[in-house]
Design a protein around this ligand. Structure first.
Ligand code: AMP
Ligand code: MG
Length: 424
């Protein structure tokens, strides 16, 4: 597949995703901050983390038992003299010589001379003597010094998102403060005359703005800082004003107004701002009218604080306004751009395969991302669609926990087939 499909138009899901990934790969984060270890949770490393010493820093006992010379256990049972004890953290541990042993606890440093640890389960102790009933090979139950990482080795590359495992690794390397990337500001502009904000009483034919809030939450989860703009009416001048304001951020997300209705003015307003449309739709459901493009910053979009790599243009997405379409198109297309602006290393969509519990019938032609519920555990798990009234039905999606992905050439998927599922 070409990296640059035709510059505008309606693309397949894969083509549209490739366009987004290609543009995202050229984006750079805009700055760095030094944060305390816990404040770094969820942030993206702007420096690699190296091992400050060998991991483990000493040969570590992996079991409770006795540190021995494996050669002493050639004839079983073997009786050894217990000359001391090695506790985790002990400063001094007697060396082991032929015929002798040291009682040892998990996590303790293996005494010099010993080359294996016999598990306590295979011994019986009487005073200073221990009888061993099972042999060992050299190296058994010992993690050698440096086996998990050598001093100076890279433990985490720059661009890693910090979750609990990475925070633990940084702590183990003595890093109480970390250099992380600044969060990109992502503007959210909801459009539509019918849309009113959450603390206004809606008229009988009005609906409350939910998209700004789902998007803000998704932006935070992707590592960005949401900037909520006022709702734009279906009126060109005010819409243009708010679009300009949104282009001050590192990325602009517009929700609504991108389909082909009479009052869908977003594309027109953007075109007047010399926008280049990279695509104007994708063959997916929900979310077919998704728009991705860029606006030259000279055209009313000053990039005051932008990094050099993004100074000459700003990206925007026009997300379809139906709430589920907005949510799904964000995850499929906007997320990789935000992650790139946040300094994260690029990654593919993560999915699992699981068994379909109830057959699915659809029409061909679109790749579908249908709200579904994954239930059961491990080998007994399965997935089925939730009932929904289409892409306005937020309640149905709240009862779901994933999306089943149906390829565009399938009319029917039988119960029992394995299907790809995107978790949410
Ligand atoms: P549009 O993409 O503007 O044609 O909107 C499609 C549907 O999504 C319409 O039913 C809108 O009322 C609804 N919608 C648009 N914007 C929002 C919003 N901010 N919050 C909730 N629903 C919206
Ligand atoms: Mg609208």
């Amino acid at each position: 597949m070409a990296a640059h499909p035709e510059p505008s138009g309606i693309l397949s899901f894969e083509e549209a995703r490739a366009v987004v990934e290609d543009h995202a790969s050229r984006l750079r984060p805009k700055g760095r901050e030094l944060l305390g270890l816990l404040d770094s949770s969820g942030r993206v490393l702007a420096e690699p983390i190296h091992a400050d010493r060998d991991f483990p820093p000493f040969p570590r006992a992996a079991r409770d038992g006795y540190a021995v010379l494996a050669a002493d256990l050639g004839v079983l049972p073997a009786t050894l003299e217990v000359i001391g004890e090695a506790r985790a953290g002990a400063a001094e541990i007697p060396p082991v010589t032929a015929g002798k042993t040291v009682a040892i606890m998990t996590g303790a440093a293996v005494p010099s001379g010993a080359d294996a640890v016999v598990m306590v389960e295979h011994t019986s102790r009487a005073g200073r003597r221990v009888q061993v009933t099972r042999g060992v090979s050299a190296g058994d139950n010992i993690v050698p010094m440096g086996a998990e990482g050598k001093r100076g080795e890279q433990l985490l590359p720059s661009g890693t998102r910090l979750s609990y495992v990475e925070i633990a690794l940084a702590a183990s390397a003595g890093r109480s403060r970390l250099v992380v990337h600044a969060k990109p500001g992502v503007a959210v502009l909801s459009t539509g005359d019918e849309v009113v904000d959450v603390d206004m009483p809606p008229g009988p034919n009005q609906i409350r703005n939910s998209n700004s809030y789902s998007l803000a939450t998704q932006i935070q989860a992707a590592g960005g800082e949401p900037v909520l703009l006022p709702i734009a009416p279906d009126e060109p001048r005010r819409l243009r004003e708010l679009l300009m304001e949104g282009l001050d951020a590192d990325l602009l997300l517009i929700a609504g107004g991108v389909s082909i209705g009479k009052y869908d003015l977003v594309e027109q307003a953007l075109a007047e701002m010399e926008a280049e449309f990279l695509f104007t739709g994708a063959l997916i459901q929900p979310g077919k009218p998704i728009v991705f493009g860029q606006v030259p910053c000279g055209a009313g979009a000053p990039a005051r604080e932008a990094a050099p790599a993004v100074r000459h243009r700003k990206y925007f997405f026009g997300l379809p306004g139906n709430p589920i379409s907005t949510m799904v198109t964000f995850e499929l297309f906007a997320r990789p751009v935000i992650e790139a602006l946040a300094g994260m290393a690029a990654r593919k969509l993560a999915f699992v395969h699981t068994k379909l519990k109830t057959e699915i019938r659809t029409k061909t032609g679109l790749k579908r991302f249908l709200p579904a519920r994954l239930s059961g555990e491990f080998e007994r798990s399965g997935v089925e669609l939730v009932r929904w009234q289409g892409s306005g039905d937020i309640g149905a999606v709240a009862r779901s926990n994933c999306y089943i992905v149906v390829p565009p050439d399938r009319e029917k998927i039988e119960a029992g087939e394995w299907v790809p599922v995107l978790l949410r």
